[in-house]
Design a protein around this ligand. Structure first.
Ligand code: SAH
Length: 340
């Protein structure tokens, strides 16, 4: 049986037509699911008994299991259990501009970035769209507040799960679905070039972030195996194409790693690399973990790096640090359970 939270409006329209009913019931159903937030089909009052029965036979409304919630100031980390017993995490951040949620897209990750905690467990499987939708829906319900921003930056490489990602984005963006504005949604990729190009034809105005982390191939090859498949001379033009086609500014994420990619010459090289692209650079203070050799660049050096980019007229910001205490920081989304 299919989980209903993985259905787009069009899928439900097709369903109602397939049972010789009327298409408009799909919109009603969306409203029951996402406005009224029903937990059982029996709560639906405006549908024929026959249709309801068929709905019940074809779809489940089953939700994920919450196994743990940890809180640290303005951050909450949720551990979910999936129907096959796997675990995933999502993080809620309370900003002054609203609540933002960081969603996982896979169980484990195959990208193998050297600094990243989530990749220590290889990919077990892709998440299905409903498993991504439910992270959002369930956290909103527990919080009792609206979530305004979504970032797909949890465990997994979203572009390695492209079709389900797109389905998820369409469901949460739909005005009668969760109605998250496309401009409030960000997808982050380590740089899978063919998917960046494909995404440039996707009609929704969703933000794209690229995990760059190095200004040249020599350093990037040492950090991110994906750079060997798609080196900078492919990645940068692909991003340029994306910007031209969509007219949207991209974000480059750059983790500052002490004595590795934080020198003055790296800052100059980065400015040069990105000088013709309409972009933001988001400098990320590294969240140190026990398992890796990298250290966090200190604040003075972070400011030095920032100043050089500014001087070179880049749009640059420094990411606010969140959730260190509960291992909810970037790349640390692995449950303690799995570390045993
Ligand atoms: N696979 C996608 C999305 C998940 S990672 C991607 O690579 O973009 C989300 C962001 O967190 C990436 O920019 C990633 O490089 C960064 N990140 C991973 N580990 C980190 C750490 N320990 N400290 C700071 N940022 C980290």
């Amino acid at each position: 049986m299919k989980n209903i939270y993985g259905c787009r409006l069009e899928d439900l329209e097709e369903f109602f037509l397939s049972i010789s009913s009327r298409k408009f019931h799909a919109l009603q159903l969306f409203s029951w699911l996402y406005d009224k937030r029903i937990t059982s089909f029996s709560e639906i009052t405006d549908m024929k008994k026959d249709d309801l029965e068929k709905l019940e036979q074809s779809f489940s409304l089953e939700r994920l299991k919450i196994v743990d919630v940890q809180e640290d100031k303005d951050v909450l980390k949720y551990l979910f259990e999936l129907f096959d017993g796997e675990h995933i995490e999502a993080v809620l951040m309370k900003h002054d501009y609203g609540n933002s949620i960081c969603i996982s897209s896979q169980v484990g990750c195959n990208m193998g970035c050297r600094f990243c905690e989530s990749g220590r467990r290889k990919k077990v499987r892709n998440l299905e769209a409903y498993e991504m939708v439910l992270q959002l829906l369930m956290i909103e319900a527990m919080l009792g507040e609206r979530i305004s921003h979504v970032v797909v930056m949890g465990i997994g490489e979203p572009f390695d799960n492209y079709d389900e990602l797109i389905r998820f984005l369409e469901i949460i963006n739909h005005p009668k679905g969760l109605a998250i504005g496309a401009r409030h949604i960000t997808v982050s990729t380590c740089g899978i070039v063919p998917k960046i190009l494909e995404f440039s034809d996707f009609p929704l105005q969703i933000n794209l972030a690229i995990s760059l982390h190095a200004p040249n191939n020599e350093l990037r090859n040492q950090l991110m195996p994906i750079n060997k498949a798609y080196p900078l001379e492919q990645l940068i033009p692909a991003v340029q194409t994306y910007v031209e086609k969509t007219n949207r500014r991209v974000t480059f994420e750059y983790i500052l790693l002490k004595d590795f990619n934080d020198s003055v010459s790296c800052a100059e090289e980065l400015s040069h690399l990105l000088k013709n692209i309409n972009c933001y650079v988001n400098l990320i203070p590294y969240n140190e973990t026990n398992n890796f050799e990298f250290k966090r660049t200190n604040t003075v050096q972070i400011m030095r790096f920032y100043d050089i980019l500014k001087k070179n007229r880049m749009n640059v910001t420094i990411r606010k640090e969140f959730g260190g205490k509960i291992s909810a920081a970037c790349g640390q989304l692995r449950s303690k359970k799995e570390e045993l």
